[in-house]
Design a protein around this ligand. Structure first.
Ligand code: TXA
Ligand code: MG
Length: 320
């Protein structure tokens, strides 16, 4: 089983593993990441192996600062503005790679673009000490719900990795927002921890939604799949369903639910995002055949929450 070490005592051990080409689960402000040296092909292959990813999909490379980012990729003015506004933080930018940047091609699945993000906290410190970027997808088995606590990560991946760094529950609770500037247009590839409204305000431009080019694995229809079936936007609970609630008003028939978790009693979408994955996992453990989900508004982080719920509810045969 993986060792679990608190952030305060994990830095040297994590560094030693990464320098040896091994992988380490680390906390970020969004979700836990399964990190490996992005310049080391063996380390990157170990990430895919530990996750059981069915295909080699491009990963996010995490950097310590803008200087490291600039050595890896070129920034157009709009991307630079957004990095200035949201880094470190839950924003990933897809950018053209520089030649000979040392990034192993397995990180980008051979693409000439790369997804970059500067995380807050322990991850940033670790990358600065390592002096190299870390490739890190969410720390979960392929198709499973992203881990937002060290315990959830250890339960899922603990027999395949040596170390989980425990930074407590991740504050944002869902993955970063992924953006790409294309022909001067700002394209939202994945809704996430920074809302569309915040980005549009900082950029002074409107977002275009939906991927033009490659399909991101986070874009696979069936992703984050719990064992239970998911029923969304329910007004009426069927007896025996598990209930994922939101806000003060309950759906009809809620008294017959096998179990209930409320994402946010007060209807706060930030709080709801931070509770989403842990609540889905907890309801899944109850063993009900179906998790019924109350409606969640689409504004702010509600867009990313609804995106993850739709993927969790998608037919499982779409799981690539
Ligand atoms: O919050 C997060 O972003 C977390 C934490 C650990 O940082 N990471 C994460 O990584 O969610 P992952 O591998 O689960 O998702 C990476 C996403 C995928 O949807 C992938 O397709 C997209 O980034 N991506 C990576 N490189 C890309 C590229 N060159 N062009 C378009 N999309 C890309
Ligand atoms: Mg993921």
């Amino acid at each position: 089983m993986a060792e679990i070490l608190a952030v305060g005592e994990a830095l040297e051990r994590a560094l030693a593993l990464l320098q040896a080409g091994d992988v380490v689960a680390i906390p970020t402000e969004t979700v836990y990441g399964l990190a490996g040296d992005a310049t080391n092909g063996v380390a990157v292959a170990r990430i895919f192996e530990a996750k059981g990813r069915p295909r080699f999909n491009p990963l996010i490379a995490h950097v310590a600062d803008r200087a490291m980012a600039d050595r890896i990729a070129g920034f157009d003015p709009l991307s630079a503005k957004l990095a200035g506004a949201f880094w470190p933080g839950p924003l990933t930018l897809v950018l053209p790679q520089r030649a000979d940047n040392g990034i192993h091609p397995l990180v980008t699945a051979g693409l000439d673009t790369i997804a970059l993000r500067m995380p807050r906290g322990f991850g940033g410190e670790l990358i600065a000490r390592l002096g190299r970027p870390l490739a890190a997808p969410s720390a979960n088995s392929s198709g499973r719900i992203s881990g937002t606590t060290a315990q959830a990560v250890a339960a899922d991946l603990g027999d395949r990795i040596k170390l989980v760094v425990d930074g407590g529950a991740t504050p944002v609770g869902l993955e970063s927002t992924i953006l790409k500037v294309e022909d001067g247009k700002l394209r939202l590839l994945r809704p996430g921890g920074v809302s569309a409204e915040e980005i549009e305000a900082a950029a002074g431009a409107k977002l275009v939604r939906g991927a033009a080019g490659i399909e991101a694995p986070g874009m696979l229809a069936s992703h984050y799949a719990p064992g239970a079936a998911m029923r969304l936007n329910v007004q009426q609970i069927v007896r025996g369903e598990a209930l994922l609630a939101f806000g003060r008003n309950r759906a009809e028939g809620w008294q017959g639910a096998a179990a209930m978790r409320n994402l946010s009693e007060t209807g706060d979408l930030r709080e709801a995002a931070s509770n989403l994955f842990a609540a889905m996992q907890a309801l899944d453990r109850v063993g009900a055949a179906t998790i019924a989900v109350e409606p969640i508004p689409f504004e702010g982080l509600g867009e990313a929450i609804n995106d993850r719920l739709a993927r969790a509810a998608a037919p499982r045969d779409k799981l690539a």
